[in-house]
Design a protein around this ligand. Sequence first.
Ligand SMILES: [Zn+2]
Length: 206
Amino acid sequence: MEFSSKLLEKAVNEISQLPGIGKRTALRLVLHLLKQPKEQTSFLTQALVNMREEIKFCESCHNISDTAICEICSNKNRNHQLVCVVEDIRDVMAIENTGQFKGIYHVLGGKISPIDGVGPSQLKISSLVEKVKSGQLTEVIFALSSTMEGDTTNFYIYKQIADSGIIISTIARGIAVGDELEYADEVTLGRSILQRLPFEKAIKNN
Ligand SMILES: [Zn+2]
């Protein structure tokens, strides 16, 4: 792509680094910004800078948060003994949208995936195991997507907490294998959280 302006070229190059955005789309976005009032670009860049500089991860559940302890973890009306294990914030948002879950979350930050070089130590697994061992929980619900990586991660965690005596369950699957949680419709997802299964039963069915 030949540019008549280095400034334009630099902006296009930066935006085209984002996933799913090629040079043509980046150029269209930049030309759009040029047609808007200057403040519009300032709002956009400032929002991105603030987000990057100030965002935190909850010290308890590891979800993305504006505060050291997130709103869900600091809500006294939620059941702090009931923990739903998810991959990332998108799953938290999807489950919160159903309005059916009153416990708290534990955000792993990914799934075990040897192909992608993600091992258990790169995920927030040990803090979950510690929470279980400290006796503050009554139930852990696995809500990772039912892909091979999700199943591997569930099983890895299960092995470490199986003898703890707490209830270990998994969300019921009205959701087809391989579906990501965030795409499941709210009714199906809400129902699957309410009708969860003992995890041991779920492994035997596989
Ligand atoms: Zn939290």
